[in-house]
Design a protein around this ligand. Sequence first.
Ligand code: BG6
Length: 496
Amino acid sequence: MSPLSTASPAHTADLVVFGGTGDLSMRKLLPALYHSDREGRLSPETRVIAMSRGGLTDADFRGKVDAEVRDQVPMDDPALWQRFLGRLHHVSVDVGGPESGADKSGWSALSRLLAGYEQRDRVFYLASPPRTFGPFCRELDEAGLVTPRSRVVLEKPLGHDLPSAQRINDEVGAIFEERQIFRIDHYLGKETVQNLLVLRFANAFLEPIWNSLWIDHVQITAAETVGTPGRRGYYDHAGALRDMVQNHLLQLLTLTAMEPPARNDREAIRDEKVKVLQALRPITGTEVARFTVRGQYTEAEGLPGYLDEPASTPPTEASQRVETFTAIRAEIKNWRWAGVPFYLRTGKRMPYRRSEIVVQFKDVPHSIFPGGSPNRLVLRLQPEEGIELHIMAKEPGAGEVTLKPVPLSLNFGKTFTARVPEAYERLLMDVLAGNPTLFMRRDEVEAAWRWIDPILSAWEASADLPEPYPAGTTGPAGAHELLGRSGRAWHEEEEL
Ligand code: BG6
């Protein structure tokens, strides 16, 4: 089995999804499971048991999935779809909080459904709020449902700072062993993210130049066009730093910066990633204002501002202070990366949806041609997953030599005919196969929070509000200055 990810048919499993009728389940998990089923990667007896407050019967739930998921998946084989629906069950529990004196009958119903299947793999997928993680694990334990073949999947956010993440890890860790805990970060399931490891460690030419001698800086961007309609309740307390940087962007940074793993086993990759997080230079106190930028989008071009987005409650002081954009200049204190800034950036309501890692090489030491520009490697996660190496070439013509940067590109969709699976599809298969490589270990999550927390504290202590940026633009002026003061620019600024 490849240590990176697993695609072979999984053992028979019972997959119990808390929050099973929620958005994540209906938009990501169930479509991903159906794709796997179509491609023969689910064992015929595998069942999916949705837990929710819904009070639904199995038939109601199957009807709901038929109505809401059918349009998201290929419908070329109605018999297969019916077979998939037949795998689905529903159990009602008070998903809001088992400690709140809630009705326990749901747990007995789950026990009855699982009884006699103790030899199967059992996966408890907690797609519920993080405050429920500990209590649910305790309930599962008290109901005697945690077998040696059980695993638990924790959705983000894993806490809102280091102490809360530690508390959740302790609570879950009191019931499940670390090898049974799968902390999901769906960015790790994206095709290009895994290709980054293959590019780096299955090709010999990059490694000698993958360091501060050759690389000027790295940019990691996750830009989204969407705003936060209907999400204010969550987003006011999260913000871009917790929602995107603590997890997705730092994961991309670790994979870009990690040392080649010494051994070909599951823990080796995670060991190297943790070392990168531990080597991040802390940004504290007055440095926070110099090395970080926060912004909030305002109404423009017919698009609402953050404070005007539809929400069930009116904006509060927390809404005014929350960042929908952030940019950070990070540094990794080790031999390979000393002096190479890693610029991280993410924002809502930007002009394009684009997630990419841009590795900017240094310029030639001495140029004999006018007008060259340094090489750049772009790893695009979305849209159009692919890799581009920008090199200098001579523009054809008989006159003077004119240089032009041109991309050597690999577009996965065009080069490979195989369907590019959704991130959740791969990650769910890995959970079912018990392969934790693409999941975050406890020390990784906590190291990430340890770096994030001082930035959060400085922002909270500051009287300043996030810098406004008009919806549909590339973020506040501060983000451009962050690179501009060292004569650098964001990738797309140079393209324009
Ligand atoms: C989620 C965040 O983790 O990732 C969302 O909570 C964000 O705010 C989403 O929109 C982005 O994921 P993707 O795969 O669309 O880049």
